[in-house]
Design a protein around this ligand. Structure first.
Ligand code: COA
Length: 187
């Protein structure tokens, strides 16, 4: 955990550019509001109103200001926003990553590239020992993305999260940071 304001880097992947959220990205947030899952598991608003979508964008900057974590817009190589990826700090030198791609931009390798890119950066952060993902067993796209980015499945967490009022199981995936891998306690 950290309450010092953070500075968001711009990270380049092979297919994506991870950069700050901007007001002109509002349409992709509005599209995500219409998704059957994204508004249930993220802070994307459930309605497609422009004001609500702009508030979502403002909240991503607040996460940086409060030190809660890094929230990136996933942009394509022409700098058009297609989705979101965030690294959020937890207690114990841990952070979790969450991501989504708006439905009209899926199946183009954007989620895989964004997760590979953010992970390569995150595992060099000195304050972290591990980076985690939480994925529902039926989310085949996200399970594939996690495996492609080199995460290891550790456990099935029963009734880990309520989604739409119902307790849901989640797989926890992790990747250790360079600091944890080279620590003398682990050798
Ligand atoms: C899951 C999600 C992020 C995938 O985004 P995406 O950009 O379409 O994924 P990619 O194009 O990078 O695909 C990576 C791999 O997963 C596969 N994949 C993607 N969606 C899939 C699906 N629904 N079912 C099965 N495989 C899928 C792709 O074919 C690709 O594998 P391949 O390289 O062997 O062909 C996107 O569907 C989404 O935002 N879903 C709703 C929100 C969500 O589930 N977020 C994750 C919460 S843990």
């Amino acid at each position: 955990m950290n309450d010092t304001p953070l500075a968001l880097p711009t990270l380049m992947g092979e297919r994506t550019r991870l950069r700050e959220w901007r007001p002109e990205d509002v349409a992709v947030v509005q599209e995500a509001s219409g998704d059957s899952l994204i508004p249930l598991v993220t802070t994307v608003p459930r309605t497609r109103g422009e004001a609500e979508a702009l508030s979502f964008i403002g909240r991503q900057h607040d996460r940086l200001k409060s030190g809660a974590g890094y929230a990136f817009a996933i942009a394509d190589l022409e700098d058009r926003a297609v989705g979101h990826i965030g690294l959020f700090f937890a207690a114990g030198a841990r952070a979790s990553v969450g991501y989504w791609i708006a439905s009209s931009h899926r199946r183009r390798g954007y989620a895989r590239d964004a997760l590979v890119t953010v992970t390569a950066w995150a595992i060099r952060l000195q304050q972290l020992d591990r980076v985690e993902l939480y994925i529902e067993p039926g989310n085949h796209g996200s399970l594939r993305v996690a495996a492609q980015a080199g995460y290891k499945r550790e456990a099935l967490l029963r009734a880990w999260m309520r989604i739409d009022g119902r307790p849901r199981d989640m797989y926890m995936y992790s990747k250790l940071t360079e600091r944890a891998l080279t620590s003398s306690d682990r050798s």
